[in-house]
Ligand binder design. Structure first.
Ligand code: TYM
Length: 329
């Protein structure tokens, strides 16, 4: 048996999983556990780039996120699951990589531009965020990084930095590839279907959280914004319907063509009902598992403890190589 390829990815512990995180990321991660050595982590250092967060809530959300990972099907027997800040190496490697990164490239990052426009205070952390993400990836020598489309540019920076480090010092890092599945790669807001679904959307009706009450999920999908036309067809001119079709495709594995064939003649409201019921049927068992896991704090702690030992060994091995090559002690 050959050595398994390495997968690294994570989801921020802010506000819980929404349907975009689930369909664009976690649902696919579950399948990868069988064939790859997977490092799934909670990037809590990434969650402190704004001043307005509550430290108490961050700690609580971090543990809840672990329970959400596991409720969605990530299995600690198959994969490493850990909290970013509890492993030494992420921030050290980020510093070293930052010395190789042109700041112009950071200022041009789409997510930095969008986020810095929304904020009164733009800290250095927000600008350096993609370097920390590159460090997360390179620390474990990832081959593949499964993400939604919004994170592709960040993975490209990680590739650039791996190449630059190898050229500047010595061959050290594998060059990681983004791994983006088509279905669910970009789930849009239900209220503004040309904008990606996001935790920080001030219009809460646009975002479906996987662990929110079932009735709220149903209401949000039933009141999704659509155009005034008819017919369930996939078209750029009908972004609301196209988004719902994409959601159904990612949930069921059907192609959009098969959905057009099956639901083509449905009214918009009948189709929304079908999508709502498909989402609910899918998330119900996840919600049940989540509640059970939350009650078992000791088990969650033990998962973190076990995984930390192995993960720290990987990280320390990379860091001692890197320090030597860079000329540090
Ligand atoms: P985060 O926490 O915003 O999102 C977690 C995952 O969900 C995907 N995603 C979406 N997919 C489809 N449609 C959407 N509307 C949508 N919104 C989010 C994201 O692409 C991501 O895969 N910076 C990362 C976390 C991170 C990371 C890493 C990821 C930190 N270090 C290293 C991979 C490798 C982030 O904020 O993801």
């Amino acid at each position: 048996m050959g050595i398994k390829k390495i997968i690294v990815t994570g989801a921020q512990p802010t506000g819980g999983f929404h349907l975009g995180n689930y369909l664009g990321a976690v649902k696919n991660w579950c399948l990868l556990q069988e064939d790859f050595e997977c490092f799934f982590f909670i990037p809590n250092l990434h969650a402190i780039t704004c001043l307005s967060y509550s430290p108490k809530e961050l700690r609580r959300n971090t543990i809840q996120m672990l329970a959400q990972f596991m409720a969605c099907g990530l299995d600690p027997q198959k994969s490493h699951m850990f909290i970013q800040s509890s492993i030494r190496g992420h921030t050290e490697l980020a510093w070293i990589l930052s010395c190789l990164t042109p700041v112009g490239q950071l200022f041009r990052m789409t997510q930095f531009k969008a986020k810095s426009e929304q904020k009164d205070f733009v800290g250095g952390g927000l600008l350096y965020y993609p370097i920390l993400m590159a460090a997360d990836i390179l620390l474990y020598n990832a081959h593949l990084v499964p993400v939604g489309e919004d994170q592709k540019q960040h993975v490209e920076l990680a590739r650039d930095l791996a190449i630059k480090f190898n050229q500047t010092y010595a061959e050290t890092f594998d060059v990681p590839e983004p791994y983006i599945l088509k279905a669910g790669a970009r789930v849009y807001s239900l209220q503004e279907p040309t904008k990606k679904m996001s935790k920080s959307d001030p219009n809460r009706k646009g975002t479906i959280f996987i662990f929110e009450p079932i009735d709220d999920i149903r209401k949000k999908i039933r009141s999704a914004v659509t155009d005034s036309g008819t017919g369930i067809t996939f078209s750029k001119n009908k972004p609301g319907i196209a988004n719902l079709m994409d959601i159904l495709a990612a949930l069921t594995g059907l192609t959009v063509e098969a959905i057009e064939a099956e639901y083509g003649t449905y009214s918009y409201s009948a189709f929304k009902n079908c999508v709502a019921e498909a989402v609910i049927e899918h998330v119900k068992p996840l919600q049940e598992r989540y509640l059970k896991l939350l009650k078992n704090k000791e088990y969650l702690d033990s998962v973190l403890e076990e995984s930390k030992k192995v993960v720290q060994t990987h990280a320390s091995r990379t860091m001692s190589k890197v320090y030597r090559k860079v000329g540090l002690f």
